[in-house]
Design a protein around this ligand. Structure first.
Ligand SMILES: [Zn+2]
Length: 212
C-alpha cells in the first residue's frame, strides 16, 4: 500500500507536465469533398532547406518558410470558398484583414507592387505550449473570429485566398517555436526528426484531420 501511494504521488507530480505537452496539428483546411478533399488541394511548396524539402525532394522555393496548399481550380475554387481551419486549439493572437485578395503575380525585385510583401490577410494562433501557427494569404473579409478568441481545434477561421505575396489561391501554413522562430511540422531525412502532425501523411499528400 505504501508503494502504491508513492506511485500515485509521483503520477500527480508528473501531471503538470501534461498541460504544456507539445502541440500537434491537423491539416489546416477543410477536407470535405467540395473543399480540399478529392484532390481539391495540393502541396505546391514545402519549407526550404537550402534547395531541398524535408524529404530531400525539390518541392520548395528559395527561402520558403512554411508549407503552401494550393487550390486546384484556382480563382474559381477560391470564389466557391474553401475554409482554412485552425490546426490545434489556441487563441487568435494577431490578424490582419481587408487587403486585396486576387494577387496573381509577385515581383521579388518590386515587393511593394500591388501584391507586396506586407499586404496579406492573415491569422496567427497561439497554442497552449506557446508555439504559434500562421495562416497566410486569406480571402478578404472572411475571418470568422475576433482577435483574442479562444478556439478548440478545427474551426472554420477564414477562407483561402490570394492576398499578399501570392501567385494564386493557396494557404501558407507556418509553425513557429518561441525563441527559435519558424520551424517545420514535417519530419523527414532532410528536415527535422519529429513530426508535429497528428498524422503527417504521404509525401505530397495532405496531413490527416484528427485533432490532438
Ligand atoms: Zn508559402
Amino acid at each position: 500500500m505504501k508503494q502504491l501511494t508513492a506511485v500515485l504521488a509521483f503520477s500527480l507530480l508528473a501531471l503538470p507536465g501534461l498541460a504544456s505537452a507539445q502541440t500537434m496539428f491537423r491539416f489546416p483546411a477543410s477536407q470535405l469533398a467540395d473543399q480540399c478533399g478529392n484532390g481539391g488541394c495540393v502541396v505546391s511548396a514545402y519549407k526550404d532547406y537550402g534547395g531541398r524539402d524535408y524529404a530531400c525532394g525539390g518541392v520548395r522555393y528559395s527561402g520558403h518558410t512554411g508549407t503552401d496548399y494550393a487550390l486546384v481550380g484556382g480563382f474559381s475554387k477560391m470564389d466557391y470558398g474553401v475554409w482554412a481551419m485552425n490546426a490545434a486549439r489556441g487563441y487568435i493572437e494577431a490578424n490582419v484583414d481587408g487587403y486585396y485578395d486576387r494577387c496573381n503575380y509577385w515581383d521579388q525585385a518590386n515587393p511593394y507592387a500591388a501584391c507586396g510583401l506586407y499586404t496579406a490577410n492573415y491569422i496567427i494562433m497561439r497554442h497552449p505550449d506557446n508555439t504559434q501557427s500562421k495562416y497566410w494569404h486569406l480571402k478578404a473579409y472572411t475571418q470568422q473570429f475576433a482577435r483574442g478568441t479562444s478556439l478548440s481545434c478545427a474551426y472554420w477561421i477564414a477562407r483561402v485566398g490570394s492576398s499578399g505575396a501570392s501567385t494564386g489561391p493557396h494557404l501558407h501554413f507556418e509553425y513557429w517555436v518561441p525563441g527559435y522562430g519558424t520551424d517545420d511540422p514535417y519530419a523527414g531525412p532532410c528536415g527535422t526528426p519529429y513530426t508535429r502532425w497528428t498524422s503527417q501523411g504521404a509525401y505530397r499528400g495532405l496531413p490527416g484531420i484528427t485533432c490532438q
